[in-house]
Ligand binder design. Structure first.
Ligand code: SAH
Ligand code: SF4
Ligand code: F3S
Length: 476
């Protein structure tokens, strides 16, 4: 059997070679006799962040090559896969519940293969527990085994035995895996994988491995291809995109990468996430300010407004530094839209610390926030820290934060009434002819128009504002 060749540690490519493609052909043949309907059907359920969504698109790409079609419900599926997320307990509980619920389906259709992959599966105690609790799960693999998916699936289908692979080498980048993107005009483009930051609350570095960047030319080619295919909104993905290139020999920085992508001709918006404040340079902000296609939107998680808590979180910046970057962004990029992630109730956080978070939110005036109550993750340093504040108290603080943010978002929305915004028309809201459109700053505008406009840029006059969304009229 052809083996992959390790060229060098951290960040080098590795091709999805002929061997894996050959497994896809073998799967195709097996499914010809095993499928329940006319075509083999797969149900892929992805949880978690865009990185997982992008992985799900690779899995769909591989399955498409093996002849699979996809459905949004598991009932007719020959293959069911849960692509899991480990970031908070709530995400994990849902997955345990949903896998448990498949027991009857598997009893009814014993040939249906049920599989689990993704971040939860890179944690030994969880993967073991899933494997033991759900004997009807036939395939388990972690994030570092994605490129071996055809081989693993083939083995599970052909042997009738359970297949389990996790803790594979995390030092490589696997290029050449076929992709089947979920959207036709909005798409994800991973530029790096893994994370080296080890924020003390976070499980991601443990389940996604060390940071490694894709080569610039590969990214540029993929961007060109997407723009050529008509993608209008492309988001570059990485856990900390600002440290892009650090492991590459060609010395390309993230700012250089996005300037080069920006110079590709076409009508499109370029976004990126996530930026880490410790690595967010003035150069990057200048690049956004002077670019043609980069949206005037910066998602810059601050996590806490208290310097004391930021230190405990191992974030490597303080409140002052965060505000300096944000103020520079406001100065250089008129109407910049700032969004962020924030955690309430980190171990040892006091109400005084929390008030600093509230005051930072008031000072920055974010467009929107992703808000989380701290969730202890086994194996992270924060899970070992004293955490005296009760869950009820944390929920109270959390609601207080939501109220403050709602007030700010609503004020920001009202200030936009009367302006004209360029939007990308994204989807139908319901059946009444209202379309959901999105501004460059990532705010939804509802406007009545023909669904034929979906996937196009339009100018919208903002006529009304809710707390989080705008209403508008598409200009003729
Ligand atoms: N790499 C990104 C985010 C990854 S996880 C970044 O650094 O910003 C997305 C968000 O989940 C984080 O920004 C954080 O706000 C939240 N998060 C991560 N671990 C968490 C935990 N244990 N409890 C609560 N929220 C958490
Ligand atoms: Fe987690 Fe911090 Fe890495 Fe983001 S930067 S993925 S929060 S460890
Ligand atoms: Fe979850 Fe993994 Fe993303 S833990 S948030 S899916 S990197």
């Amino acid at each position: 059997m052809g083996q992959f060749v390790l060229i060098e540690k951290y960040g080098t490519l590795y091709n999805f070679n002929d061997t894996q493609s050959e497994y896809l052909n073998l799967i195709y043949e097996i499914m010809e006799t095993r499928k329940r309907g006319d075509k083999p059907v797969a149900y892929i359920h992805t949880y978690g962040c865009q990185q997982n969504v992008a992985d799900g698109e690779l899995i769909k790409g591989m399955l498409s090559k093996a002849g699979f079609e996809f459905e949004d419900e598991p009932d007719n599926a020959d293959f069911i896969l849960f692509n899991t997320c480990a970031v908070r307990e709530h995400a994990e509980d849902r997955i345990f519940g949903n896998v448990g619920a498949l027991k009857n389906l598997k009893r009814k259709y014993p040939d249906t293969l049920i599989a689990l992959c993704g971040c939860m599966m890179e944690q030994k105690h969880i993967a073991d527990r899933m494997y033991k609790s759900f004997p009807y799960v036939g395939l388990v693999f972690g994030t570092h085994a994605l490129h071996l998916f055809p081989e693993l699936l083939y083995k599970a289908l052909s042997s009738g035995k359970r297949v389990y692979l996790r803790d594979n080498d995390d030092s490589l980048i696997h290029e050449g895996i076929p992709v089947k993107r979920d959207g036709s005009f909005k798409g994800w483009l991973p530029i790096m994988y893994g994370c080296n930051n080890f924020c003390t609350y976070c499980i991601v570095p443990y389940v996604r491995g060390r940071e490694r960047s894709r080569k610039k030319d590969i990214i540029l080619n993929e961007a060109r291809e997407m723009i050529g295919k008509g993608y209008k909104d492309i988001t570059l993905l990485g856990q900390n995109v600002n440290s892009y290139g650090k492991n590459l020999k060609d010395g390309v920085s993230f700012s250089q990468l996005i300037s080069e992508i920006d110079s590709i001709e076409g009508d499109y918006w370029l976004r990126f996430m996530t930026s880490h404040p410790k690595d967010c340079t003035k150069e990057l902000i200048d690049t956004i300010a002077s670019s043609k296609h980069i949206s005037k939107h910066l998602h810059l998680p601050f996590q806490s407004g208290s310097t004391r808590i930021l230190k405990l979180m191992n974030r490597h910046y303080d409140r002052k530094k965060y505000l300096e970057i944000v103020n520079y962004a406001k100065e250089r990029i008129p109407d910049v839209s700032l969004t962020s992630d924030v955690i309430v109730g980190f171990p040892g956080e006091t109400y005084e610390d929390f008030k600093e978070t509230l005051s930072l939110i008031r000072e920055v005036e974010f467009t929107s926030l992703f808000t989380f109550i701290y969730s202890p993750r086994v194996g992270t340093p924060a899970a070992e820290m004293d955490d005296p504040i009760s869950a009820e108290e944390k929920s109270k603080w959390f609601r207080e934060l939501l109220d403050v943010q709602e007030e700010i978002a609503s004020k920001r929305c009202r200030a936009m009434v009367g302006t004209t915004q360029r939007v990308l028309v994204e989807s139908e809201k319901g059946k009444d002819g209202i379309l959901n459109c999105r501004t460059s700053g990532n705010i939804i505008v509802e406007a009545k128009a023909s669904p034929q406009l979906i996937g196009t840029f339009q100018d919208v006059e903002v006529t009304d504002a809710g707390n989080w969304i705008l209403k508008g009229k598409i200009k003729e």
